[in-house]
Ligand binder design. Sequence first.
Ligand SMILES: Nc1ncnc2c1ncn2[C@@H]1O[C@H](COP(=O)(O)OP(=O)(O)OP(=O)(O)O)[C@@H](O)[C@H]1O
Ligand SMILES: [Mg+2]
Length: 503
Amino acid sequence: MPDHVLAIDQGTTSSRAIIFDRDGRVVASGQKEHEQILPRAGWVEHDASEIWRNVQEVIGLALSRAGLTRHHIAGIGITNQRETTVVWDRATGAPVANAIVWQDTRTQDIVDRLAADGGADRFRDVVGLPLATYFAGTKIAWILENVEGARERAEAGELLFGTTDTWVLWNLTGGSDGGIHATDVTNASRTMFMDLDTLTWRDDILEAFEVPRAMMPEIRSSSEIYGHAKDSSLLRETPIAGILGDQQSATFGQAAFDAGESKNTYGTGNFLIFQTGEEKVLSDGGLLTTVGYKLGDDPVQYALEGSIAVTGSLIQWLRDQLGIISSAPEVEELAASVEDNGGVYLVPAFSGLYAPYWRADARGTIVGLTRFANKAHIARAALEAVAFQTRDVLDAVGSDTGLDLTELRVDGGMVANDALMQFQADVLGVPVVRPVVTETTALGAAYAAGLAVGVWESLDELRGNWQEDRRWEPQLPSHEVNRTLRLWRKAVTKSMGWVDDDV
Ligand SMILES: Nc1ncnc2c1ncn2[C@@H]1O[C@H](COP(=O)(O)OP(=O)(O)OP(=O)(O)O)[C@@H](O)[C@H]1O
Ligand SMILES: [Mg+2]
């Protein structure tokens, strides 16, 4: 009996394949970065064909490093960067343009046009989201409006849309030769087009965006057999049995299944998810209402989400654009070389501000500079910005739900940073807890797939796999916390209103 599960984690910066055993432990993995294509300010693209090649390569790497073959793999789970939009030709499999990445802000004009009639919240009751460049809907509309011939081909039924879960699933199940064109409820809930109550596409909203329904994938649950890998794959005949958007997947991998449970992931951006169970909560505090997961025919589980666009990518920016560090972990050393932030605050509003502010007119700002400030203060301010933004989101969760968190479960690449985790506990005033397996994004998709094919029987069994690795307790005196938070919030106000109509 095969009893391993392979998860494909198609992320913003890289694609990973990770093989897990029945205890939820990592057996082996493969990982490959893909190019971040930045054609102009505000635009972020990926080459979807490169992504598919990398996915195939990392599957091979993980299998060979594990010394396993498809006969050991009971099922495949897919998790993915959400919202990133691929449109391709169903007959050839060729993308019609580069994928437009979730961080991309080029569709602000389309957002403004749609918001002119009914405001940014005009679809929020139905889809849980405000109009924003972040979600897939305006990205599809942009491709149809700007890529030559795309609209005619889409209307003729020749083009397909998918986020990268759908792109990987379609290719893995045969592509133009019978590939399955489907997505799961969590990914569908990030398009602007899915009705959160009925879990179906809304024709009226598709029409408002002028997106033909024929492009849209079928919406399925997060845990069921969608299809089987085709002959050309190393995994041929293996069922693909789980799909979850990366943030919902990390929550699932943290075994935070029930209403009131949550996690915060520190990756390219930060994403806090708070499960609300079968109750759909509409936020007053700038949080998104989204689908948490849906297992087969079981009832859908909803969640609130606080999305922060720029956290880990700020550290990449220090490395790649400023060149003040040569690798991400070096930021810790540089930041520790000074006693404090020297009065410097950095608001990384590179794509505007997401939760809880939702200010498209904000841009990145460094304030409090004096002749004294040096690169170490900027590194420190960057790390602190990650923790401050998380505090703002948690305050919104508290006010929306009336619940105060007693601790915060964390994961993602940045949780390797000890100083950041300590400062996070300090500014939150609650302990921060890291599990043994921090590859929770991949683990969640593995769990969803493994539940569908019988590797695991129940959520309780998965809860038993979760183990604490490390805990940071708050240490900073409260008057210090209050002072630094006040300055942070002042800095946030300085980042707002920067973008004028003529830029
Ligand atoms: N020691 C560190 N200190 C601070 N930041 C770090 C450290 N190590 C990694 N990072 C940051 O963590 C991020 C990588 O985290 P992770 O691998 O979880 O990203 P990710 O969001 O999963 O990537 P993807 O978007 O591809 O899914 C990078 O942006 C990197 O800058
Ligand atoms: Mg990730």
